[in-house]
Design a protein around this ligand. Structure first.
Ligand code: HEC
Ligand code: HEC
Ligand code: HEC
Ligand code: HEC
Ligand code: HEC
Ligand code: HEC
Length: 252
């Protein structure tokens, strides 16, 4: 109710600054945006938590390689990764096998088990310098980077002939309230399937019917639902309003 009153007064005053309606999580430094520490079982087994950096890996592989082919969950500590499975070639072991990337030998344990969320950051600025820029998150425009072939991540490690289903539907997602009609959002399938599998989004995150998704609002996105599954922690963050809402001003 409070927020409706507030929205209404903002509309009356002609103030465009919707951003004041919500609390946003604080962003880490660009070199650590998308970095995680995995600690489902490490600590319990006398090891430091495992460091994993999205920017280091997404340069070489698209999201679908890990989140579809290799079955990693899009939620930290959810996947049942064990060293036994790793050594049998599942999860991290699909690449960390001593060939594609460093393997599970003694000198390599601390490359993963170091509890350091900033691990690998010293290489970030040099890499970012050559990439198209954006304003938030890693401050890299990953969409342009892949579109202009500045990076060429592999889309599959299982199938050399893989190419995504050519589905280019562009959607305009309308606001639930007429008061916020200027806050329509754009969603491009073409730009997403360069990285993701249909199954990364359908049917768990989004209904396959346009406007079939219920409670499609910022409140829930900020609660890591819908677009917020990715756009709160790996893809550019919600602070970057204008990229989803072309009719809204920049969030200064
Ligand atoms: C490529 C990264 C990587 C390397 C290298 C690595 N691990 Fe792990 N390890 C993991 C991940 C991921 C998990 C699951 C972490 C979690 O959920 O807490 C794990 C889990 C573990 C566990 C928890 C119990 C179990 O059996 O799964 C132990 C113990 C462990 N690692 C020991 C080691 C030792 C010892 C080495 C070096 C010989 C090593 N790890 C090298 C990624 C790695
Ligand atoms: C090399 C493998 C790999 C790639 C590539 C990858 N991820 Fe991940 N991702 C992971 C792992 C591992 C986790 C942690 C899973 C766990 O702990 O259960 C994770 C977790 C996540 C999370 C949850 C983060 C959090 O803070 O809870 C999101 C969201 C996510 N990934 C999105 C993406 C997106 C979007 C892409 C592509 C731009 C991507 N991932 C590419 C391996 C990968
Ligand atoms: C799809 C392949 C793939 C998967 C899956 C994968 N990695 Fe990697 N990883 C790589 C490659 C390739 C590199 C080397 C990147 C480079 O140095 O350019 C790397 C590098 C790393 C590094 C070193 C970063 C640095 O600065 O040297 C760490 C730590 C790491 N991976 C952890 C993990 C963990 C933990 C997992 C599983 C949760 C995992 N990786 C899953 C391919 C993968
Ligand atoms: C990753 C995409 C994305 C980003 C970034 C984003 N939004 Fe949204 N937003 C949506 C979607 C999707 C909806 C629901 C459909 C609609 O209303 O257009 C929505 C809804 C809204 C609404 C309608 C009222 C409500 O509560 O849902 C407002 C106002 C709004 N956003 C403002 C903002 C502002 C301000 C920012 C930046 C601080 C922002 N959004 C960032 C995707 C995004
Ligand atoms: C990043 C997430 C994401 C990915 C990946 C994705 N979609 Fe969607 N899709 C959406 C969203 C969001 C909607 C709109 C849902 C709504 O309005 O409730 C949608 C809607 C649709 C619709 C209904 C369109 C309409 O106008 O009624 C179809 C069909 C569809 N998707 C097919 C696909 C196919 C096929 C793929 C893979 C090639 C795919 N999607 C990949 C997010 C995604
Ligand atoms: C499963 C993960 C995922 C979900 C869910 C998701 N996105 Fe994205 N989105 C990405 C990734 C990855 C990119 C590439 C750019 C990046 O990583 O910053 C991207 C890029 C975009 C772009 C930039 C397009 C361009 O070329 O500039 C927009 C706009 C966008 N998303 C809007 C949305 C909206 C709106 C929703 C919800 C309806 C949504 N996304 C849901 C992962 C996701």
């Amino acid at each position: 109710m409070q927020s409706i009153v507030l929205l209404f007064s903002l509309a009356l005053l002609g103030v465009m600054n919707y951003a004041t309606l919500w609390d946003f999580p604080k962003l880490p430094p660009p070199s650590q945006y998308g970095n995680i520490l995995i600690n489902r079982i490490s600590g319990k087994n006398g090891q430091l938590p495992v460091t994993f950096s999205h920017w280091i890996h997404r340069i070489k592989y698209t999201c679908r390689v890990c989140h579809s082919e290799l079955d990693f969950a899009m939620e930290v500590n959810k996947t049942e990764i064990t060293m036994k499975k790793n050594r049998e070639g599942e999860y991290c072991g699909a690449c960390h096998n001593g060939k594609t990337a460093f393997g599970f030998t003694k000198e390599n344990c601390p490359k993963c088990h170091n509890g350091d969320i900033a691990y690998g950051s010293e290489k970030f600025e040099e890499f970012r310098r050559h990439m198209p820029k954006s304003r938030y998150g890693n401050k890299i425009n990953w969409s342009k980077a892949i579109g202009k072939k500045r990076i060429k991540p592999k889309s599959s490690i299982r199938d050399d002939d893989y190419s995504p289903i050519p589905f280019k539907k562009m959607l305009v997602l309308k606001s639930e309230w007429s008061l916020t009609a200027d806050a329509f959002a754009v969603f491009s399938h073409k730009r997403h399937i360069r990285w993701l599998d249909c199954a990364d989004c359908h049917p768990d995150i989004f209904n396959i019917k346009k406007k079939g998704t219920k409670f499609f609002r910022m409140k829930y996105i900020l609660d890591r639902k819908f677009c917020g599954v990715c756009h709160m922690n790996v893809a550019f963050p919600v602070q970057d309003c204008i990229r989803c809402h072309p009719a809204l001003g920049r969030n200064e």
